[in-house]
Ligand binder design. Structure first.
Ligand SMILES: [Fe+2]
Length: 488
């Protein structure tokens, strides 16, 4: 109630009980505004006094129902391969009957319908919110593939059915085919969501709203072909209704261009669940909601690594939360995938995952050191140009780096842009880009010689790859500051 000045000053005073002509009990009233999205189930508003420490129920509203709990909502796109000729759309509805996408002047495709249940959530000796008080029925997740499209082209679609209603007609763009000349993409990690009201949630990411708005502006000016969100996606972490809020937030971007993802600790990790790190960071989700909402072109369930080519770039996307040790299934896949890249077709090789190899921000866990020992040699062997990670909530870029040593430094071009010599390859450039929403991490005074740029502001990475250049800029909140660099 602290946001309502009328309540604080008790302007709306009302007497409830009189004694001897005088008021014995008076009340003050006030109002609160909430932003809710359609989570398909009725909502009650409950008023507590006593704060979080000693909550005491004062009153509750009658249940409020959504006009159409079956309404098809939160459609978001992803690529399934490197041709740019098909796009997967995934959406949510309270209805389990197959629905349709109508697209590209008269084509129709029916959805496959799936969901997950409380039994699919994981728990351990430490009970998880996902299996208990954080559970919320996700309804039904629909997904269908639009095929026969042209790369780098604009089409329109709507999704739903005659029974449950239709979405708006939405314009979307396919990414450029792998091996074509040019790609503009955006990448970031750790976005989450910001409430659109004064709510307190268990996990709030204050920068998410401004960052997604800035990205939506880029998408609206047709400046972006695709997005990569590399882990720590919604931070629902076992409070499942928050996935709907996240999907609502990214909708202006994800319904229009390919929204590709990598898994992070907050989607996957839990004790005794097979994750490399045995922290309870996913709140008992263990990757199940993530994989259902964001189907990526992976080989099987709970093997969330894949590669994709767009324009002049080959992206190798891994899971830092699944076994990457030498001779593990993922390690062997990474080795094979990167060795098979045809650099005539895609001159640039970009490696992405969630937990960084290099950051001056915090001390490393033993497993994080082992990750670096196992995987870093593969980056050099396969001449990876750029390595992108999140997890740490700021931006940091290195020299051309291998085993803590700068193998080459960038030169300044005539505009003062740091320019790395990609033709005379020495080692990969690493960048941490986990600054898209979560409360920022401040940098310590511990500056390493390999750390060339450190920015602790909300923002994202904007990239433009041609056949000869890979130009990158960091767009930060309110565009007060930009840092450019390029690899040529
Ligand atoms: Fe993380």
């Amino acid at each position: 109630m602290k946001n309502d000045p009328n309540y604080l000053s008790c302007k709306k005073k009302e007497c409830k009980t009189f004694q001897n002509g005088k008021c014995a009990v008076s009340t003050c009233s006030g109002s609160l505004q909430f932003h809710v999205v359609n989570i398909r189930s009725d909502i009650e508003f409950v008023f507590f006094s006593g704060g979080f420490v000693e909550p005491c129920l004062v009153g509750r509203s009658t249940p409020v129902s959504f006009a159409n709990p079956k309404r098809p909502l939160y459609g978001h796109l992803s690529s399934i391969d490197s041709t740019g000729t098909s796009m997967r759309l995934t959406w949510v509805s309270g209805d389990k009957e197959p629905q349709q996408i109508q697209y590209g002047n008269g084509k129709t495709v029916a959805s496959a319908v799936t969901t997950f249940s409380q039994d699919d959530m994981c728990s351990s000796a430490l009970p998880s919110p996902a299996k208990d008080f954080g559970w919320h029925d996700p309804g039904y997740i629909h997904s269908a593939l639009m095929t026969g499209l042209k790369p780098s082209s604009t089409f329109s679609y709507r999704y739903g059915s005659g029974w449950v209603g239709w979405s708006e007609q939405i314009k979307f763009s396919t990414p450029p085919a792998g091996g074509s000349d040019e790609l503009r993409f955006i990448a970031f990690g750790d976005m989450g969501k910001t409430p659109l009201d004064a709510s307190e949630e268990h996990y709030i990411q204050p920068g998410a709203l401004s960052v997604i708005k800035a990205i939506a502006n880029d998408v609206n000016s047709n400046n972006v072909n695709s997005v990569f969100h590399i882990g720590d996606i919604s931070y629902a972490t076992g409070f499942l209704a928050e996935w709907d809020y996240f999907l609502h937030l990214i909708n202006p971007v994800a319904s229009r261009i390919s929204y590709m993802t990598a898994i992070g600790n907050h989607e996957r990790d839990y004790i005794d669940s097979g994750s490399v790190y045995v922290t309870p960071d996913s709140g008992g989700e263990c990757g199940v909601p993530y994989e259902t909402y964001f189907p990526m072109p992976t080989s099987a369930k709970d093997k969330p690594w894949y590669s994709i080519e767009q324009g002049s770039v080959h992206f190798t996307v891994i899971s830092t939360e699944h076994d990457w040790s030498e001779n593990s299934e993922q390690y062997e896949w990474v080795q094979k995938d990167m060795a098979s890249v045809n650099r005539q077709k895609t001159p640039w090789l970009i490696f992405m995952g969630h937990r960084p190899m290099y950051t001056t921000n915090h001390g490393f866990l033993p497993s994080e050191n082992k990750f670096m020992e196992a995987v870093e040699p593969l980056l050099l062997e396969n001449k990876v140009d750029l390595v992108l990670f999140g997890h740490v909530h700021n931006y940091e870029r290195t020299c051309s780096l291998f085993q803590n040593e700068c193998k080459a430094m960038p030169a300044k071009d005539k505009n003062g842009v740091d320019t790395y010599d990609g033709r005379n390859y020495s080692a990969p450039v690493h960048a941490v880009i986990g600054m898209a929403g979560f409360t920022l991490d401040k940098f310590s005074s511990n500056v390493k010689s390999w750390s060339l740029k450190r920015i602790s502001e909300f923002g994202y990475l904007r990239a433009h790859a041609t056949r000869n250049d890979l130009n990158l800029e960091v767009s930060v909140y309110m565009l007060m500051f930009q840092s450019h660099y390029s690899i040529r």
